[in-house]
Design a binder for this molecule. Structure first.
Ligand code: AMP
Length: 422
């Protein structure tokens, strides 16, 4: 039997991981600029956490979770998203008592959703996300949106759009919910089973339906913007004014509701129309959540966050063609049995001095070893034959200048350092 990776998962081979490391580096650098610090939470949590926070009417919770019982019969779920775990850790570790607010956190890592695998959809995928906790201020919402846009631009993606909407506060949501119920009631028999479920539990979600999205009733449904309380309206207007002041371009889409239960006020998505991603790719999104921390047993703590799908961000990076950066500094070529011990010692010395180095272990001839030097893009080839061992010297070939010199053992490091500087 041939073993295969589970459906919906992929192996990231070495060239691909180089791209991921580059992406991770960019994400860490930008997080640092925004004073956002990394948090690492478990990859699995008790199932109840997701039911409670993501919401038991969401597609994620009803259809997509990897849930199993452990040996003690506890229900465990592989995390389908990152906010719930961060919020749980925030409460459990009493991070609400940190004096300087907002507490700004980022995470990155694998998430798991039992979806039908297709282009851009996997069952194990990765997200980078940011949560800013403890402050309710339109300026912070704008900071989160700016950070999201900065990331996408830093990756070189073009035609990036920031799309925003507001769901309003709890009172606005309640009024909107009633209006949605009245609106959808006559159409229930025409809408899918899930929409009928959502009608009872959370009618806002009907607007997120993938099955019925072309139904006439979707297009004529009441919009959140028409049911905002004065406070919610003022909050949203301030967000828009701040974005204008910062000259950040955005569009308001009154149909943007986002899938998760915990959102209120501002929700947003970053969409790219860059041809490398295909038509209209949603790279990520987020929004404000003001009751989640309380819901999980903490004190009233407003928050705003967003998450990006990292697979989509790596597409933007393209393949690395920086051979200089990827290549070795030195490849050691022992010729003959007696050269191996000295080669191993020099290899250890090179690495201890910060040179990226490797050697041949296959006891091959010179020609085969030089081919490896080429393939590894080594700057220097170090040739050590039995003669060199006896004379306590090595031959160093500069592969770009195609010149070769004999160097005493004790002078190897200074020789290479001066050559590399040059
Ligand atoms: P969500 O948490 O559903 O708002 O997703 C945020 C982002 O994560 C999306 O915009 C996608 O870029 C990415 N994403 C979500 N689900 C998947 C998946 N199954 N496979 C790959 N990327 C995903």
């Amino acid at each position: 039997m041939a073993y295969t990776a589970p459906r919906g998962t992929v192996d990231l081979l070495t060239e691909e991981t180089a791209k991921w490391q580059k992406l991770e580096q960019i994400l860490r650098t930008i997080s640092d600029l925004y004073n956002v610090k990394e948090i690492r939470t478990p990859i699995f949590e008790y199932t109840e956490l997701f039911n409670r926070s993501v919401g038991d009417t969401s597609d994620i919770v009803t259809k997509e979770m990897y849930t199993f019982e452990d040996k003690k019969g506890r229900s465990i779920t592989l995390r389908p998203e990152g906010t719930a775990g961060v919020a749980r850790a925030f409460v459990e570790n009493k991070m609400f008592s940190i004096a300087d607010k907002p507490v700004k956190l980022y995470y990155m890592g694998p998430m798991f959703r039992y979806e039908r695998p297709q282009k851009g959809r996997q069952r194990q995928f990765h997200q980078f996300g940011v949560e800013m906790l403890g402050v309710e201020n339109p300026a912070l919402d704008v900071e989160a949106m700016c950070m999201a846009v900065t990331i996408v631009k830093a990756l070189g993606l073009k035609n990036v759009r920031l799309v925003i909407n507001t769901l309003g506060d709890a009172k606005s949501r309640e009024m909107h919910k009633q209006a949605l119920k009245e609106h959808f009631k006559p159409y229930l028999s025409e809408l899918c089973y899930d929409c009928n479920q959502r009608f009872e539990k959370n009618p806002l979600r009907i607007l997120d339906c993938k099955v019925d999205k072309e139904h006439e009733a979707m297009k004529t449904a009441p919009k959140t913007l028409d049911y905002l309380t004065d406070e919610s309206k003022a909050y949203f207007e301030e967000v828009c004014a701040l974005l204008d002041d910062l000259e950040v371009e955005y569009e308001v889409d009154p149909n943007l509701v986002r899938g998760l239960d915990y959102y209120c006020h501002v929700v947003f998505e970053v969409i790219s129309d860059d041809p490398v991603l295909g038509a209209q790719a949603t790279l990520g999104g987020g929004g404000r959540y003001n009751s989640l921390i309380e819901e999980l047993g903490g004190p009233v703590t407003p928050g705003i966050g967003f998450a990006f799908g990292m697979e989509r961000l790596t597409i933007a990076l393209g393949a690395s063609d920086d051979k200089e950066e990827d290549g070795l500094d030195v490849y050691i070529m022992p010729l003959g049995e007696k050269a191996i011990s000295l080669s191993a010692q020099i290899l250890a010395m090179l690495r201890a001095n910060g040179f990226k180095a490797d050697m041949d272990y296959l006891k091959r001839g010179m020609k085969a070893q030089f081919k490896t030097v080429d393939r590894m893009h080594a700057k220097f080839a170090m040739i050590i034959g039995e003669d060199e061992v006896a004379k306590e010297v090595v031959n160093i070939k500069d592969t770009s200048a195609r010149s070769q010199e004999t160097v005493k053992l004790e002078e190897i490091i200074t020789y290479l350092e001066s050559k590399m500087e040059g």
